[in-house]
Design a protein around this ligand. Structure first.
Ligand code: GLA
Ligand code: ZN
Length: 667
């Protein structure tokens, strides 16, 4: 995929909701705001295809012509995220069956059964027809397949497809019965057709409580694969016509349904839609930017959507305060985004998103606070040009992040319902984020050789070969941190027998004998480097075999048992943190590890001021982001030129950022 020539600036544009005159006015306002790209055709299937035998590109042609005439680039969507009503009537199999077994009628969006042969045929054909129709349209710089894929279907087509998927995976029923452990609760399957979709009608009590983890886990994989196949169908239809098309689909925040690591391999670049709540911590959005960047090994991603002002779908839709949109936009860029895009360009007048913010509001003019902020940012991005595009984030720390593990940890019946995989990841990430340490969030099979510190929070599921990879990493001098409830099961959610943490036992030099769930109101505690911290959620009761003990539990019958251990292994060290603790602990513990590994934080900044780095042959760019409501002063040991203000800073000088302020220093 080619590097973006600029930081694309624009977003979802739906002029099919407007008349021609409005579109002309939009063009004028876009130019004023420095808009350079529009995402077209996200939800136009019903307009494009009034009946099975007719495609009608008239409206879209008119839109494409207008935006082209005005020099805009196009991100062309395929419109398949909401099917037309006639299609649902003609082919009811395209309608999904919900988790509770309810067969849907026509309505809403993101509503197609991924395994419906009719949906697959019609969506693929549409994507192909669009590619054919617009194959000479030179300003289409990206193809946007569907929109925010997700959810699941439990219909009979899906059930049949699931059986085929299982046959391909296990070959024999015997192997499947073994993998799922079906001798438990008399579940032995003698015929593939006895297998039904795991939902509320069968194995489940609710979305995450299943009576049979093996089948639920495989269904999660199957569902992600099924929907991915829809995306691949469309991608291939486009590529048949346009072999060099840059294809993406817009992903979502902390989205569990789809194994994005598997998905990203099928895309040319990743993109995602960021909608932080008013109370969302900057660290938590940064984490997801880093996931998105890491999906394709550090390749820049697109911020495909964010609101310029307000959403309509949260319980409390607080408007973004002055400066916040700009700050969050630059945070995306700081973490690897090469676009800043909005949902949407003009606010709808009807239906469910009419109170969702847009660049152009219902008043229709440039006389709004939001327009002025969008325009100001547009001016800055124009000034930045292509300086930061293509630049990479140099990270020496990796956190392992795995969708299969996410599913398995949260399907697990016991030991503590409050255990959330992403929270465990977040604890470690946030402490690094606050110390301005660059982090990649990589899959368990990633090449770890470039990292000095690898963190595996709650690596409950150890997939084949992962233990070996971690051993090699540590043996060669790397430092590893593993946290509680790790090494418990294999890829089928089968316990690795012979003592926890299973295949990680000799690497960590410990044996976990019991696991105690800690009630919220009665935490245990441990002392690390002279400070006492709470031990919450789970406490692994472990014996150090070859590991050194760095902290022990304070209370209860297991007082004195290890809470933190470190095992010397080859040239490296493998730490085990046997419980969850508070923020102060992670800050101290990770500060010590960072120092020990001689990893240099990007910069020392006041609390609430984020520093992130991107590098390329065009330069080294230091992003400073003040998330505070107060002005902050940052000392710049190396100085640099602020690309936003053209102020030059000498080494050892200091820079004052206003509340919510941003600086981008080029070294
Ligand atoms: C999502 C969708 C958009 C729109 C926005 C509103 O990101 O992709 O179509 O509904 O949410 O926030
Ligand atoms: Zn289905």
């Amino acid at each position: 995929m080619k590097e973006n020539p600029i930081i694309y600036y624009g977003g979802d544009y739906n002029p099919e909701q407007w008349d021609e005159q409005t579109m002309e006015e939009d063009m004028r306002l876009f130019e004023e705001a420095g808009i350079t790209i529009v995402t077209l055709n996200v939800f136009s299937w019903a307009l494009l295809q009034p009946s099975e035998d007719t495609y009608d590109f008239t409206t879209l042609d008119r839109i494409v012509d207008t935006v082209t005439k005005h020099g805009l680039s196009i991100c062309m969507a395929t419109s398949t995220a909401a099917h037309p009503a006639w299609m649902a009537r003609k082919y009811p199999d395209i309608l999904r069956t919900e988790f509770n077994g309810m067969k849907r009628k026509y309505g809403s969006r993101h509503n197609s059964c991924p395994n419906s042969p009719n949906f697959r045929r019609l969506s693929r054909n549409l994507a192909g027809a669009l590619a054919e129709h617009y194959k000479d349209q030179k300003n289409i710089v990206a193809w946007h397949i569907s929109n925010e894929y997700g959810g699941a279907c439990y219909c009979e087509n899906c059930e049949r497809a699931f059986r085929i998927w299982l046959k391909e995976k296990y070959k024999t029923l015997d192997a499947l019965n073994k993998a799922w452990g079906t001798n438990f609760w008399s579940h032995t399957f003698y015929d593939w057709d006895e297998i039904v979709a795991p939902n509320l009608l069968s194995e489940h009590i609710d979305e995450t409580t299943t009576d049979f983890q093996g089948i639920s886990l495989d269904y999660a994989r199957f569902n992600s694969d099924s929907i991915l196949q829809n995306c691949v169908d469309e991608r291939d239809a486009i590529r048949e016509v346009l072999p060099d098309a840059a294809v993406t689909t817009n992903m979502m925040y902390y989205f569990k349904d789809l194994d994005y690591q598997k998905w990203a391999k099928e895309l040319d670049f990743t993109s995602w839609d960021s909608y932080p709540r008013y109370y969302t911590k900057p660290a938590s959005v940064a984490l997801w930017h880093d996931v998105m960047r890491s999906l394709r090994h550090g390749q820049p991603f697109w911020l495909m959507e964010q609101t310029p002002s307000v959403t309509n779908w949260q319980p409390v839709n607080r408007i973004r305060r002055p400066g916040e949109m700009r700050l969050w936009s630059y945070q995306a860029v700081a973490h690897g985004a090469d676009s800043v895009m909005f949902f949407q360009m003009r606010r709808s007048a009807a239906a469910s998103e009419k109170y969702h913010g847009a660049v152009i509001d219902h008043v229709g003019t440039n006389q709004t606070r939001v327009f002025r902020e969008v325009k100001a940012l547009g001016g800055e991005l124009q000034k930045l040009g292509n300086q930061t595009t293509g630049a990479r984030t140099p990270a020496k720390v990796a956190i392992l992040f795995d969708w299969n593990n996410w599913w398995a940890v949260e399907y697990s019946s016991g030991p503590n319902d409050r255990l959330r995989y992403t929270e465990e990841v977040h604890r470690y990430y946030e402490a690094l984020f606050e110390q301005n340490v660059s982090v990649d969030l990589v899959d368990v099979y990633a090449d770890l050789s470039a990292y000095q510190l690898v963190i595996a929070p709650t690596l409950y599921m150890v997939k084949p070969g992962v233990d070996e990879a971690l051993k090699t990493f540590v043996k060669n001098g790397g430092e590893l941190i593993v946290s509680f409830f790790s090494g418990i099961v294999d890829e089928n959610d089968h316990v690795t027998l012979g003592g926890y943490p299973g295949k990680l036992r000799d690497l960590l030099g410990i044996w976990v004998e019991e696991i105690d769930a800690v009630p919220e109101e009665a935490p245990n505690a441990f002392t690390y480097q002279g400070e006492t911290y709470p031990a919450t959620l789970l406490c692994d009761l472990l014996h150090a075999e070859t590991a050194e003990v760095h902290a022990t539990y304070r209370d209860d019958f297991y007082s004195g048992m290890p809470a933190i251990t470190c095992n010397h292994y080859g040239k490296g060290k493998a730490w085990y943190v046997a419980t969850a603790s508070d923020h102060a602990f992670y800050q101290q513990f990770l500060k010590d590890r960072i120092e020990e590994c001689s990893i240099a934080p990007v910069l020392d900044t006041p609390k609430g001021v984020e520093a992130a780095l991107r590098e390329s042959e065009k330069g080294t760019f230091l992003f400073l982001l003040n998330h505070n409501k107060t002005e902050e002063t940052v000392l710049l040991p190396h100085g640099g030129l602020d690309l936003l203000t053209d102020c030059s800073y000498a080494p050892q000088s200091s820079l004052t950022l206003p509340a919510k302020g941003v600086a981008i220093l080029k070294k």
